[in-house]
Ligand binder design. Sequence first.
Ligand SMILES: Nc1nc2c(ncn2[C@@H]2O[C@H](COP(=O)(O)OP(=O)(O)OP(=O)(O)O)[C@@H](O)[C@H]2O)c(=O)[nH]1
Ligand SMILES: [Mg+2]
Length: 696
Amino acid sequence: MPAYTTADIRNVLLAGHGQAGKTTLIDAMLFAAGMTGRKGSTLDGSSFSDFEKDEKERKHSIYSSLLYLDHQGKRINLIDSPGSSDLIGGALSCLPAVETMMCVINAQAGIEVVARRMMEAAVENNLPRVIVINKLDLPELDLPALVSRVQEMFGPECLPVNLPASGGKAVVNCLENRSGESDILSVQQCHTAIVEQIVELEEQLMENYLAGEEPDIASLHDVFERAVDQGHLVPLLFTDARSGVGVAELIDFIAKWLPSPLEGNLRPFVTISSAAKPAQPATPVPFQYWNDPAKPLLAHVFKVTTDPFVGKLALFRVHQGKCSGQTQVFVGSAKKAIKLGHLLQIQGKEHKEVPEVIAGDIAAVAKIEDIHANDVLHDDQALGEVRLAPIMYPTPMFGLAITPKTRGDEGKMSAQLARIAEEDPCFKWTTDRQTHEVVIYGIGEMHLRLILERMAVRGLHVDTKPPKIAYRETIQQKAEGHHRHKKQSGGAGQFGEVFLRVEPLPSDSPLRKDKGGVGLEIVNEVFGGAIPGQFIPAVEKGIHDVMEQGAIAGYPIQDLRVAITDGKHHPVDSKEVAFRTAGKYALRDAILKAKPVLLEPIVYMEVSVPEDKVGTITGDLSGKRGRIQGQDFVNGGMAVVKAEAPLAEVMSYQNQLKSVTGGQGSFSMEFDRYEAVPPQVQQQIAAQYHPRTEEE
Ligand SMILES: Nc1nc2c(ncn2[C@@H]2O[C@H](COP(=O)(O)OP(=O)(O)OP(=O)(O)O)[C@@H](O)[C@H]2O)c(=O)[nH]1
Ligand SMILES: [Mg+2]
């Protein structure tokens, strides 16, 4: 048994924009808590959190990492996450492991894209938020203005629990103190604001407070914690992670005020009944569990990684029950149990074997190939259908075609790609149907570059080709299609005839791709056995063929409702293959009459540049079919231009920005939606498409 109980655990994810100081803060916390004999630093590669070679070289976090500290009998698990918008998948995937998301904001740069994104993601995932404003030592800060910005953007419930004091050399607690000296704002006013915010949640407290009774702060723990859980309060703290100001206070605050697994909001586990019909999306039913070590085991694998010494490592959070190395677990709905073997407590790159992991805690298990990212581990077959509700990740849109430098390495390449796809939820790869090339997709240029480097380190070198755009196809109106497939060759013939109707899926249909659906609904309206029931699946197969292969330019089709309306069969010559072919060509026929359009990915961009470059940037983006959405002037003479643009035009924006601004500026880009391409672009792309017309 560990020396602590579930009630003593705190799990905190540090997230936020790149360079805000998350990793530095974690190194500072470990040092302040006496966990490390020296203070690690990202500056000289000695960080306990950024320990991977590529992280040290680039001086920023690339992977999430798990660390812990012990303070006043509490076990505090900290997850550091990368702040680059390209790597946000690594931060999002850790949300299910914690009770609190701590968003670190750079006092000078202000609220940047990833901070905002992670704040939104925490709300979507019903996860309490804490804000840390770091780098309070930097010169020329306007901290009161930043606090107001935070409140404007994330709500008036973002309230300071401490304030910088002594010229930035200390912080003063305005939650536990009614008065005191601070550099900015009034301790008394901040104290009142926070007390008023939390007493609101309890009638008796509120009445007493209104009657003039100042509550005893220590007695407010439960209601404070509830306010945090409900998002009714977002505590805000200040730090200077480099010199350690506010760091001990931050640890104290986590230990004392933030929710333990027993108090925190439960993660959205659901049961997916396998009884649902395959054609219909299964309706998930919320699954109730408790962070109780006495109940059956329920754990969730939130990260899989490869350790140079132990091989595959799966990091998991126990949400219910407990496990030891001897525990026989089931992975999801698997019927055969496996023994966990060695359980490891992780401190950055160090591992220590532990005998047991209890509900609420985070640990890792080594060398089990059957355990994958996002798996649920349990020791009770009744939990076989329990899953975690999916996390919404940004769609990887940046494509690169790759071929191994060494012929014969294709198999090795697939194995590596599969491994990376498991380690990184925002990495996808496919084989292009037209060109048979392997195409990898990531969030941005940097993301893919890092992945290529990782493959090279693992011994696989590839050639890359200019990025490809993942176009899609759809239709704009209703139309009918027909095909009769008839073939007489020698003995037995082939016969199948299909009539069908297509229409766009209604904009509110849950089956639409942008709603997370499969993008296709097939309805069987065939009357009186014109197509015998046993051939309907073959027609459906033909429909799926076209959906994958495209009809106008060779890209996947989406958001179609296809009604199979009529057909003919032949008692001898009707075969599956005939109906599959008929279905395929009938659908193609219908689509061509249904005003087909080519869709292209549109990205949302935020470009940070010096103020005097704003005109150049907006002009340049407008020339790239971009639409400017707004501008923000932030601290330090910088401005943020917000825009939407077709991905095809801004694929190499990194270089474009460099040439326009002479090296200054940075940007983030994320997929927003698909939109029809202008007609002349569609003509160009479609003209290059030469489908094979095989009438097998
Ligand atoms: N002056 C000052 N510099 C800081 C502070 N905290 C961090 N830094 C510096 O800011 C830079 C970035 O710090 P990191 O801790 O790597 O930032 P991060 O948020 O982990 O960044 P990513 O890993 O890219 O997301 C480093 O040079 C740090 O030394 C601070 O409080 N004050
Ligand atoms: Mg970092």
